[in-house]
Design a protein around this ligand. Structure first.
Ligand code: R5P
Length: 289
């Protein structure tokens, strides 16, 4: 087995290779220093993969990373890999899982259809859609949980309680809390628009406590910041925001100033990436038949 990483996911790919004790194949991403002036992607495998089971790790965000994934998958197949497992840690374009209006593209399926051209199976994490969509993908697909990694971090940070900022994140907070060994609770969120959320008031037992707020994605930070304000108003001593996928777009950094610490995994790289989900993906790869 060999592991290849696209440029969105090199540290995670290296981590997975280390966990599995297999070779990591380097990739050149630029033909000329500075790359192509029009922003097109270039890839070249710098080691042989012929006859190998290759694990290709690449998040499909931002959009050019999708093209890079397809170029790498094609290069790996063309140079004779026996089997190709795609690990897409953050499934960008995974949000749309249904056709709501005539003529819309069901983007999650579109991306999966193209991954299936060269890949035998797909592993992903916390897809930003109803996970039922994975059953409609044209290749065997498994969602791997990042919550054990987040739970381990929050345990070492000595949080007293975990909180889901909405009911959708409840199962995540529950899973992380079983690893961290602390209780969990949840808030009720109402989304007003892409940038604004409202949280229903609810009495929580957080006075003087260190609280971890757990979500799948932090995008604008509106959800977590609104939850953190409520927690601080109820006397929480410390609020740690934790997510699997840290996108941190638009006003996120300003919104998140209310939090004492912000942590994200290495599915999307950012200054808040402090936790690796390499052990979780490595375990899922070991379990492949
Ligand atoms: C949606 O409900 C998700 O679980 C997240 O809560 C949401 O995507 C976070 O977005 P934002 O950071 O923009 O509030």
């Amino acid at each position: 087995m060999k592991v290849v990483g696209g440029s969105a996911s090199v540290p995670l790919a290296r981590g997975i290779a280390r966990e599995l004790s297999v070779d990591f194949v380097d990739v050149a991403f630029e033909k000329h220093p500075g790359g192509f002036p029009d922003g097109e992607r270039y890839v070249r495998l710098l080691g042989p993969v012929s006859g190998e089971h290759v694990v290709l790790v690449q998040t499909t965000h931002p959009s050019p990373m999708i093209v890079e994934l397809f170029l790498l998958a094609d290069a790996i197949r063309d140079t004779g890999a026996r089997r190709l497992t795609a690990v897409v840690p953050y499934f960008g374009y995974g949000r749309q899982d249904k056709r709501f209006l005539d003529g819309e593209a069901v983007s999650a399926k579109t991306i999966a259809k193209h991954i299936a051209v060269d890949c035998n199976e797909l592993l992903t994490m916390a897809i930003p859609a109803n996970p039922e969509v994975l059953k409609t993908f044209p290749l065997p697909t498994r969602e791997v949980s990042g919550m054990p990694a987040i739970g381990r971090y929050l345990k070492s940070a000595k949080v007293d309680v975990l909180l889901a900022p909405d009911q959708g994140a409840l199962r995540l907070a529950k899973e992380a809390s079983s690893v961290a060994g602390v209780p969990f609770d949840f808030l009720v969120k109402k989304r007003i628009d892409s940038y604004t959320v409202k949280i229903e008031p609810k009495a929580l037992d957080v006075r003087g406590k260190s609280v971890g707020v757990v979500d799948d994605v932090i995008s604008t930070g509106g959800t977590i910041a609104t939850a953190a304000k409520e927690l601080k108003a109820q006397g929480a001593r410390r609020v740690i925001a934790a997510c699997v996928h840290g996108l941190f777009v638009g006003p996120a950094e300003a919104n998140l100033k209310i939090c004492d610490e912000v942590i994200a995994t290495d599915t999307v790289l950012s200054p808040h990436t402090k936790v690796s989900v390499a052990p979780e993906f490595a375990a899922a790869i070991r379990a492949l038949r």
